[in-house]
Design a protein around this ligand. Sequence first.
Ligand code: PLP
Length: 430
Amino acid sequence: MSDTESYGFDTLQVHAGARPDPATGARNTPIYQSTAYVFRDAEHAAALFNLQEVGYIYSRLTNPTVAVLQERIATLEGGVGAVCCSSGHAAQIMALFPLMQPGRNVVVSTRLYGGTVTQFSQTIKRFGWSAKFVDFDDTAAVKAAIDDDTRAIFGEAIANPGGYIMDVRAIADIADEAGLPLIIDNTTATPYLHRPIEHGATLVVHSTTKYMTGNGTVTGGCVIDSGNFDWTASDKFPSMSEPEPAYHGLKFAETFGPLAFTFHGIAIGLRDLGMTMNPQGAHYTLMGIETLSLRMERHVENAVKVAEWLEKDDRVDFVTYAGLKSSPYFDRVKTVCPKGAGALFTFAVKGGYEACVKLVDSLEIFSHVANLGDTRSLIIHSASTTHRQLTAEQQEAAGAAPNVVRVSIGIEDADDLIRDLDQALSKATS
Ligand SMILES: *Cc1c(COP(=O)(O)O)cnc(C)c1O
């Protein structure tokens, strides 16, 4: 597709990045199940390895099926380029990798996916990186946490699991002032509900495992670059601005301009970290992404109905859905994600931990799984599963206290979902 500027979201989610296969005319994007690609001649091979010509070498770096998905997601997010990888967690490492060095830190929101809290509080320490956890509603604290070694700011637009909405613009302003890139995990919002780059984000990361694929079939991730960050404005990002020793002294910012981060992600990130998305995975995500807007509309519509019903129910203590008028984030929805606050929220069950466990075991339509963003409705008791490794304070801060369950509302009939919750709540609280 040419001229993607003038097309609407629904058109782009079906077409962006794809064209009939030049070899066969195949209308759907083929699964290029090939590890390597034949060079036209030795000169062509040299040009590819020098990054003087863009093309395919080896599928750890680039693959034609994955490339279509990269262009599709970059277009939907309004970025200049994207790098797909093997999972959302891989995407987070791939986003930080060009920015960080031993001794450097990233300032991150306290309200994050449980696995991300562990990745940032524990695992990245092995690289000599660290994370400073801050309440992103306290902008003074965010500013105060930034020091000379800070290289990025990281948060989730709609935070999993609590229904928290981040004021992305406010944090982007702080990042701008400090000369730092803002990375937004847009997994739970998707570009249909929120486009972080329009609110000042530098990079966007996704777990495409969730809504982007939408059918719970494959894990995947993606890093999207806005192309808006000047890597040469300070000496903080030598891997982008200075000669890169890992690529025979190439200066990525000077050579690739706004595409520097994307080229770095492929030429060094995927090449040396190897967190590659495979073409089968890209195929499933391409199939799913075609219906993203349709699914998100239904997800949101159902989430509002279910949340409103739960809020009125005596067996429920509270519901943390930003789409409810009672939410402290209800007003923020209008600016951050006016099409809806997503379909992920938590609610507290009277009877605490025991009742939550019974509820999860009594549901018939909802599946008890550690996933979200599936067409199917899902439920999890975070305190006994995904957030189990966290301390009590971290659980509380992440919105995953022991009396709370998280639901990911699917695209089934809302009335059936409510009936299922009704019968299970009776069993759980009797
Ligand atoms: C699932 C998830 C991740 C991690 O993604 P994986 O694909 O499971 O590695 C990161 N952030 C958020 C918000 C998620 O929901």
